[in-house]
Design a protein around this ligand. Structure first.
Ligand code: SF4
Length: 371
């Protein structure tokens, strides 16, 4: 049975509209209005159609429908959890790693994710796009830094720009000799697939630089026929796609759901790239897992799907120190692995010159540390 509801005509932006559609509990309207005063709300018709009415535990609802828990902070949460500001030399640019910059062109998105790490910066109440002067300053900064090989257009969502404007920006960036890669991070192909029309796809292609598109999706149900067709339009145009997902409690924190999500990406010719540990964004603790849970899920995933379906589990280190891979370790010096199922000897290198390596079933084997 399809879970899709009849489509609403327009994006839902008010808690009262969500209540009227049965997508949020009427008894919580007052508190949800408080949440919406602080954090933007938008549920597109395509996403609203996926939410099971009357079920706040629905994994799509948990991603997009505001919840009372968002008003509850924890001591470790921060308004700028991944430290963008610490690496922002000019407005809109984040230069954290030597060879790449983020270029944040817009502050609006098709949908507002309840766990967003930039939730204090995105939404209709913020400046909707960089001013023309700030945009020129951003371009000048990139031009003046020949080490910048890759420019990442991120959010807000760059596919909220008109195709005409996006094409101009792509051309401006590709005209800079040292910029070889332009990567766009977007939720639009799943949140509003009709927006990815031929004009938009044409805008993504540019002479002089390779375009990559990173799709953010967190549950296999987001891959509707419309979303799959939008991704196919991008890939068929010769633009490679990678994935990014966030590990979220009650959304995708079990092995079979993660497996289905990664298979959906690969079926759409999108290489799984990142599985982010939930950032310490304000009011998001109800959606975060522990790192130990994430590592356990990654171990389970390795036993279920091929390398093609394996994302890298990463943590953005608070303070702006960048991403660290935080998946489970499979290779350890002898004596340091615990909790494995069994120990299988393969040859007899002495204990001081061997590793222990864990297979996809959790069984442990030895391997010599010498060549
Ligand atoms: S689409 Fe991205 S930037 Fe926009 S709310 Fe979701 S996570 Fe945040």
């Amino acid at each position: 049975m399809s879970r899709e509801n009849p489509k609403v005509a327009a994006t839902l932006r008010e808690p009262a509209e969500l209540v009227a559609r049965g997508l949020a509990p009427a008894a919580q309207l007052a508190v949800l209005e408080k949440v919406a005063e602080r954090y933007a709300v938008a549920v597109t018709p395509d996403v609203a159609a996926l939410i099971e009415p009357g079920n706040p535990a629905d994994p799509i609802a948990r991603q997009f429908v505001p919840a009372a828990e968002e008003l509850v902070g924890t001591p470790f949460e921060q308004t700028d959890p991944i430290g963008d500001d610490a690496h922002s030399p000019v407005a809109g640019i984040v230069h954290r790693y030597p060879d790449r910059v983020l270029f944040k062109l817009v502050h609006v998105c098709a949908v507002y994710c309840r766990f967003c790490f930039r939730r204090e910066m995105v939404g209709p109440g913020k400046a909707s796009a960089l001013s023309p002067a700030a945009y020129r300053d951003g371009l000048d900064y990139i031009r003046a830094h020949p080490e910048v090989w890759e420019v990442i257009l991120t959010g807000g969502d760059p596919l909220m720009l008109s195709p005409r404007r996006l094409a101009e920006i792509m051309a401006d960036l590709a005209a800079i000799d040292h910029v070889k890669i332009i990567r766009l991070h977007t939720r639009v192909p799943v949140a509003d697939p009709g927006r990815v029309n031929d004009e938009m796809v044409a805008a993504l292609k540019v002479e002089g630089a390779a375009t990559w598109v990173a799709l953010h999706a967190n549950h296999a149900r987001e891959f509707t026929s419309g979303a799959r067709a939008a991704c196919a339009r991008i890939v068929n145009a010769g633009i490679p796609m990678v994935s990014q997902s966030v590990l979220l409690r009650g959304v995708n924190d079990d092995a079979s759901t993660l497996e289905a999500l990664m298979r959906a990406f690969v079926e759409c010719r999108i290489k799984p790239y990142y599985l982010h540990h939930g950032d310490l964004a304000p009011g998001t603790s109800h959606l975060r897992t522990t790192l130990a849970e994430g590592q356990q899920l990654m171990r389970a995933l390795r036993g279920r799907v091929s390398g093609l379906c394996q994302p890298e589990y990463v943590l953005d280190i608070p303070g702006g120190y960048g991403k660290a891979p935080v998946g489970p370790a499979y290779l350890q010096p002898e004596g340091s692995v615990s909790g494995a199922n069994s120990f299988v000897m393969q040859g007899e290198p002495p204990p001081e010159s061997r590793y222990r390596v864990v297979d996809y079933c959790g069984d442990v084997h030895t391997y010599p540390s010498e060549p």
